[in-house]
Design a protein around this ligand. Sequence first.
Ligand code: NAD
Length: 487
Amino acid sequence: MTTTTTSTLKNFINGQWVEAKTENYQPVPNPATGEELAQVPISTIDDVNEAVKAASEAFKTWSQTPVPKRARVLFKYQQLLVDHWDELAQLVTEENGKSFKEAYGEVQRGIECVEFAAGAPSLMMGKQLPDIATNIESGMYRYPVGVVGGITPFNFPMMVPCWMFPLAIACGNSFILKPSERTPLLANRLAELFKEAGLPDGVLNIVHGAHDVVNGLLEHKDVPAISFVGSQPVAEYVYKTASSHGKRVQALAGAKNHSIVMPTADLDAAVKEIIGAAYGSAGERCMACSVVVAVDDVIEPLLQKLNTAADQITIGNGMDENVFLGPVIRPEHKARTASYIESGEEEGAVLVRDGRKDEAYHEDGYFIGPTIFDKVTPEMKIWKDEIFAPVLSIIRVSSLQEAIDLTNQSEFGNGACLFTKSGSDVRQFRERIQVGMLGVNIGVPAPMAFFPFSGWKNSFYGDLHANGSDGVEFYTRRKMLTQRWEF
Ligand code: NAD
């Protein structure tokens, strides 16, 4: 199907496929079947150093390439990604497990990032004020930062890398991507297609691996900027380590997203959105709905509708038509999810629907069915922790303010949704909630590429978020020129 789905993956350095300087390889299984797709190298610091050298060299020319010329490569890349849409989506499904339909949507989200980045000539513009004093003017000019390191998670093998390298590269930087070692295949194809689009060698490099590659990037003196997306403890570590080495860092982290359902809500519409957000991508989304906060007497009809909808979900291999819920990423993650379900029961939550009882749970793939807990409380681990699996917790409260206060107790602040028919509810929610990405009557309020991905609290470490104007600021540095001319 692709030229890169071979048994042993290589790194992509200076436009060439290079064998990693390591004996250490890990299998990459298809989570829906357990079959091995590839072996991924766990590269070493020597591989990182080689990539940084190539990227530093390429930066010299690429940063001097006129912006419209850089943008033209992005336009060509966009077309190639569109041409290969099905193939890319299939790769996502094979290595990640999500349904083909969702993978197709993910590819769209990636392409949108490339489209945004192709606007580089406008995005890179500076600002001027012709008269800050008599005969004196000031202007701001934008320049790339240098070699950027990007470290990405397993759950969006296409979209999350595309939050980073297209914009960084359009802004004139060179880039080293360390994809998740659990979903490394797609990244190689993305690099291959970028080369085909005319990207000069060394501008985009891929070094596969784990901690050693990450640490190599965080500590390298010639890498001035790090973009990271992944779990909260690793994001915090990456932020602290990279910033202590003098780098700018954006580290997007974990989440626990609440959906508040008011008694006035259109329940059928709300349930459709919540089911999609809780169980889509097997709950492995940073914008997944993992908690429903049921306000007042909405609980009984809501619970009944959620349960009925969860029963109708088709579980299986994401390549099969009509499958909605694919596997989780690894057997260890399935076991961890099962232990969270046990802990929920032990702590006194009511297990309304048990995903361990679905037939697929006993198949070779790493399946776990839709799970629903009712009467969850903020003391329970299933509320506090990001489970990152198809497990939905329901908390009962008696007012919107109580729902907001409860949501605000979470250490995370990525997304929150409100289902209501009241404008005043919406205003109260928007003004009082301590969360960065809000949805009203919508399940997954993930911003598009031209807006920043705005997590708060422990869902984000840094100052400038990914995407949109924040992304441009992050991948550029400014020069201020103040000049006096008399005439
Ligand atoms: P992860 O933290 O395990 O891995 C992310 C990256 O960090 C991978 O490339 C991995 O190799 C590397 N890594 C892992 N442990 C490391 C360590 N100890 N030292 C150095 N590097 C390390 O995350 P994951 O399981 O791949 O992805 C899921 C997580 O990502 C979830 O928590 C999810 O919420 C989060 N996520 C957040 C966003 C967001 O926008 N906030 C988006 C997508 C995913």
